[in-house]
Design a protein around this ligand. Structure first.
Ligand code: SAH
Length: 195
């Protein structure tokens, strides 16, 4: 996280280094750094090693901040951020470029694509790590299918109240779901990571 300068990802520079979420427009929010840290810590054990290269998917990439952190954690992997709003896809690309992150499809590159992240992104599957920043009523099967063996997903699940789930696929393809913790949801803001 020290390698990613949050000032390149937030509209309000005064709050760039505060441990709080910030609105980034289009009803989206960049999460508080402690939420991003929780997600990363949970996913660390499954980071693809350099000799594999591997692939990582960040669903609901928003500002692109966490996509950048995942890139620095696994610099040899292909990291894909997907968001369903084209405006946020453009914003994330601008932010990443300002922050010095290389955009491109090759290994070690970061790709930001537009689409429904609940369907995953088949072109670079399977993924050793899938981080989901957009809550879903249930864990999308397409994302489970696109997990590598082994692979791990970190995902907020629920509509009015949300829990963070960890979904593991072991080397034989066996799936284990573990509830990690609950998150506060404000009804005025559907983003699970906003508060
Ligand atoms: N990790 C991001 C969080 C952004 S908020 C950050 O810290 O900047 C959640 C994001 O999920 C929003 O950008 C929203 O546009 C996106 N989103 C919501 N539903 C989605 C879907 N079905 N597919 C892809 N992106 C989605």
């Amino acid at each position: 996280m020290r390698k990613v300068d949050r000032k390149n990802y937030v509209p309000d520079l005064r709050g760039a280094y505060e441990d709080s979420p910030q609105k980034i427009g289009y009803n989206a929010t960049i999460s508080a750094p402690h939420m991003h840290a929780h997600a990363c810590e949970n996913l660390l054990a499954l980071l693809p090693p350099a000799d594999i290269g591997g692939a990582i998917l960040d669903v609901g990439s928003g500002s692109g901040y966490l996509t950048a952190v995942l890139h620095h954690l696994a610099p040899h992997a292909t990291v894909v951020g997907i968001d369903h709003l084209p405006q946020l896809v453009s914003l994330a690309k601008e932010n990443l470029t300002k922050d010095g992150v290389k955009l491109g499809v090759e290994k070690g590159g970061v790709e930001i694509v537009c689409g429904d992240g609940r369907l995953g992104y088949p072109p670079h599957a399977p993924y050793q790590i899938i981080h989901v920043g957009a809550a879903a009523p249930e864990i999308p099967q397409a994302l489970i299918d696109q997990l590598a063996k082994p692979g791990r997903m970190f995902i907020p699940v629920g509509e009015h109240t949300q829990d963070i789930w960890q979904v593991d696929k072991d080397e034989h393809g066996i799936i284990t779901r573990t509830k990690l913790f609950g998150v506060m949801v404000r009804f005025s803001n559907p983003d699970p990571f906003s508060g």
